[in-house]
Every structure is written in structure tokens, then in C-alpha cells.
Design a protein around this ligand. Structure first.
Ligand code: HAM
Length: 465
């Protein structure tokens, strides 16, 4: 006999179950509605993508790509060779082969979806559509991080991207006002979504991290300044002086905060175009009534950003309190082989959004059933089935027990399921056509016809919606 084994969800992944999934559905439905009012359409990219897409777009040196991606070589040749080598040279041979994997053959579970949306924009020639192209997505992402509250290895994002091909010979300075308005509208849309959900303690932070013109100069200046204080920094930041000095700015180490406060600020080193755009984004946010705070240390952990970056935090999340991150990424589509294109977008961590709603007591979902049909006797069963069909067709949630139960037991079960009404059908009710309806919230009971019962339910529905 096979050994009994208890399977469990893989570390950092989890099952989402009813009734919580009702809340997930409500959140996603609200996103569809709100994003729809801003003219966004849905894109559903695959979960598997070429590894190189993320290496190029997100950046090979970032934590996401260098440490956290789930990557496979899934080519048939590789797998066949891998099995052969295993037979001949065992594990050692297979390990050697793994170290020689060819990046072009490799695929990864997506750690984020901006790169996928850009790939799809190029693949489907979306530059030929009326611009800008506005897309949103919902779905699972995968990062091999250390799991904790609000941080999972399979987590869910709700994201949106605005992509716009740049016409040839366009003067970049000319469109600063337009880009800023697009940035502000995208941010306004997330804030409108959070407001609709009643998310509490929402704080928006914004920054500009410059462009190809001014950022390299700032990064050099920052590197030089960091070298002077290198001894006072921790090993991660010391390493980042070489690999990505900007990331030192968002260090979580308390001991480094004093040193970081004394470093040169990017806002003082933006080129004229970046400075003008940043000022305009702030003006546009003001016009839209969107409150924000500036945070010059907000650099984000992905390489594709330029100019506008932003993050939103919410209450009740502990250390993992960023519920949304985003920014502008002009040039990313071009980097992936497409035409010169501007881009701005964000992704919301849906797991964290749900957690925050629950912590604030806003996770309540319509639970239970509208009607529990308690029936006894063969004739009553036929009526019960017909009643259930009619009620379900009218959109009510109905529980119809598959076998007859004593009324006492049936009412107990109706209570447990959180039903609002018990429809009691026995010989008497069938003979007279007068149904017994028990209101479970207050225990009252009344006799009524089928038509009266349907009317009562319909009246309750309009009252509660
Ligand atoms: P990100 O900041 O890496 O940006 O992720 C966005 C959000 O996803 C985070 O603020 C957080 O709420 C959630 N998140 C990230 N990792 C985890 C995790 N391990 N567990 C739970 N939630 C997590 C992006 O992904 C960019 N693609 C956003 C973007 C779109 N930028 C422009 N367009």
C-alpha cells in the first residue's frame, strides 16, 4: 500500500477560500468598474515568459531578477539531455548541466507584468492602434522572497499601464505637460479605486528620479559621496555603491538613515525637462484633489523607471505596508525591441489590499444564503425543487437539502449557514398553497403564497442593495 502522505501548499503560497474569495471578487470587480470609467481594457498575459524579458526589462542586477525568480529550462532538448546525463553521470552531471543553462532557452514564472504588457504591445503591433493604449491586468506573480505577513511567493497584483508610441522627430520638451497629466490621471485612478473600496490610512508618496540626461550624473555624484561614508554603511549598501547606488537611498536599516539624510538629493540635480515635468505632475495632482507627500528616497526596485515614481501605503499592514507601486518607464518598449514608446503604470498588491480592508473591518462580504428550503415528504420535494429553481433564476442564493430532514434539524442547519429565511414546506403547506416562511434574523414566522414570498424577497433585496 502506498505510504500516506499529507500534502501541503508550498511555502509562501496559500489557498484562498470562501467566504474570503467573495471579497477578492468584489475588489477585482470594483477595479474593473473604476478602470473602465478611465477607458482601460483588460489584458491577460501568460504566467510564463522568456527569462530574458525580465532580465532586460526589470534588470539583471535587481533583487527580483537576480535572487527571486522561478526559472526553468523547459526546452525538449534540454530535458532529454538532462535525463540522459542523469543516467550516465548522476546528480553531479546534472548539476554541471544546470550551471550551463542557456538563458535564451529559459522561461520564468513572471515576477511582475509590466514587461509582459510591453512585450504584448510590441508582439501585437499595438502602436498602430489609437494611442495611448490603456490596459489593466489582475493575476498571480511569483517572487522567491522570505514569506511574512503581507509577503508571499505567489501573490496577486492588480495593475494598469498606459503606453503611447512617440511620433518620429517629436520634441521631448513639447510634451512635458501632456506626460505629467497622464501621470497624474493614472495616480488619480488608483486613488479613486482605493476610495471606492473605503481603504483606510492611504498615503501617496511621489518622487522624480530623472532621466537618461540627468540621472547618470546624479548617480556618479551619489557614488562619490557614498564612497566617503562607506565604512559606516552595512554590507548590502556597501555592495550597492558599486551595483546600484540609488538603492542605498531606500535602505531599511535604521542605522543608515542619518547618513542617507546628508546625501545629495536628486530633486536638486534634475535637468530642466525633468524638473519641469515633476513640477507639472504636482500641479496636476493638486488640480485633481489628490493629496501627496514628496519622498526623495523613493527610487523603486526595478530598473525601468525614469522621472515619476510613486508608492502608496495603507493602514494595518505592518512592515510590508506598500500597497501599490508604480512610475514612468519611457524607453522600455524600445529596450525590448519595439518603437520609441512612453509608458506609465502601477501595480497594486492585492493580498495587502485585502489584508488592510479586513484589518479595518471592511472585509465584510455577503455570506450565507437568502433562503434555506426545509422540506418533508415526496410532494413537498417537488414543490421545493420548483421553488429553488424559481428563486435561483431570480438571483437569490438558495440551499436545498438533497434529502428530507426533520424541521428542527433543518432550521439548525439554516442558522449555521447564515440563511435569512427558511421556507418550510410540509404536507400542510402543499395542501393549502400557503407556505410557512420563518425570518431567521428575528425568529418571526408567517404564512404566505409563493407570489407573496417572492415579493417579500424582492423588497428586501432592493432595501439591502
Ligand atoms: P512592485 O513595487 O515590485 O512593482 O510591486 C507592486 C506591489 O506588489 C507592491 O507595492 C506590493 O504591494 C505587491 N508585492 C510585491 N511583492 C510582493 C510579495 N512578495 N507579496 C505580496 N505582495 C507583493 C511592480 O511590480 C511594477 N510592475 C509596478 C508597475 C507597473 N510599474 C509600472 N507599471
Amino acid at each position: 500500500m502506498a505510504e500516506k502522505k499529507k500534502f501541503q501548499a508550498i511555502k509562501g503560497t496559500r489557498d484562498l477560500l470562501p467566504p474570503e474569495t467573495e471579497l477578492w471578487n468584489r475588489v477585482e470587480q470594483t477595479a474593473r468598474e473604476v478602470f473602465g470609467t478611465f477607458g482601460f481594457g483588460e489584458i491577460r498575459p501568460p504566467v510564463l515568459e522568456p527569462t530574458e524579458l525580465f532580465t532586460r526589462a526589470v534588470g539583471g542586477e535587481t533583487d527580483i531578477v537576480s535572487k527571486e525568480m522561478y526559472t526553468f529550462d523547459a526546452s525538449a532538448e534540454f530535458l532529454a539531455k538532462f535525463r540522459e546525463i542523469g543516467k550516465v553521470r548522476g546528480d553531479a552531471g546534472q548539476l554541471g548541466m544546470l550551471s550551463e543553462m542557456n538563458i535564451e532557452e529559459m522561461i520564468s514564472l513572471r515576477p511582475e507584468a509590466t514587461a509582459s504588457v510591453c512585450r504584448a504591445y510590441i508582439e501585437h503591433g499595438m502602436h498602430a492602434l489609437p494611442q495611448p493604449v490603456k490596459l489593466y491586468y489582475t493575476g498571480p506573480m511569483f517572487r522567491r522572497e522570505r514569506p511574512q505577513k503581507g509577503r508571499y511567493r505567489q501573490f496577486y497584483q492588480i495593475g494598469a499601464e498606459v503606453l503611447e508610441m512617440v511620433p518620429p522627430n517629436q520634441d521631448p520638451a513639447k510634451n512635458i505637460g501632456k506626460d505629467a497629466a497622464v501621470d497624474a490621471e493614472v495616480i488619480e485612478m488608483v486613488m479613486a479605486f482605493f476610495a471606492r473600496l473605503g481603504l483606510e490610512g492611504v498615503k501617496l508618496e511621489i518622487n522624480s528620479i530623472g532621466d537618461r540626461e540627468c540621472r547618470p550624473k546624479y548617480v556618479e555624484l551619489l557614488r562619490a559621496e557614498l564612497m566617503k561614508v562607506k565604512d559606516k554603511l552595512g554590507p548590502d549598501s556597501q555592495r550597492r555603491i558599486e551595483t546600484n547606488p540609488l538603492r542605498v537611498l531606500d535602505s531599511k536599516l535604521e542605522s543608515e538613515h542619518g547618513i542617507i539624510a546628508g546625501l545629495p538629493k536628486i530633486a536638486d540635480h534634475l535637468c530642466a525637462n525633468c524638473a519641469a515635468q515633476y513640477a507639472e505632475v504636482k500641479r496636476q495632482l493638486g488640480m485633481r484633489g489628490v493629496a501627496y507627500a514628496e519622498n526623495w528616497r523613493l527610487v523603486r526596485g526595478l530598473d525601468y523607471y525614469m522621472r515619476t515614481t510613486f508608492e502608496i501605503t495603507a493602514r494595518g499592514l505592518g512592515s510590508q505596508n506598500a500597497v501599490c507601486g508604480g512610475g514612468r518607464y519611457d524607453g522600455l518598449v524600445e529596450l525590448l525591441g519595439g518603437p520609441p514608446t512612453k509608458g506609465i503604470g502601477f501595480a497594486i498588491g492585492e493580498d495587502r489590499l485585502i489584508l488592510s480592508l479586513q484589518e479595518a473591518g471592511k472585509g465584510g462580504v455577503a455570506q450565507g444564503r437568502d433562503v434555506f428550503v426545509a422540506w418533508m415528504g415526496e410532494k413537498a420535494q417537488a414543490t421545493a425543487i420548483a421553488a429553488a429553481q424559481k428563486l435561483r433564476a431570480a438571483g437569490f442564493r438558495v440551499e436545498l437539502p438533497p434529502v428530507e430532514q426533520k424541521f428542527g434539524k433543518a432550521l439548525g442547519q439554516a442558522d449555521k449557514l447564515g440563511a435569512r429565511y427558511a421556507l418550510i414546506l410540509g404536507d400542510n403547506e402543499i395542501a393549502t398553497g400557503q407556505w410557512t416562511v420563518k425570518t431567521l434574523t428575528d425568529g418571526s414566522q408567517a404564512k404566505m403564497s409563493e407570489a407573496q414570498f417572492l415579493e417579500l424577497l424582492a423588497r428586501r433585496k432592493t432595501l439591502s442593495s
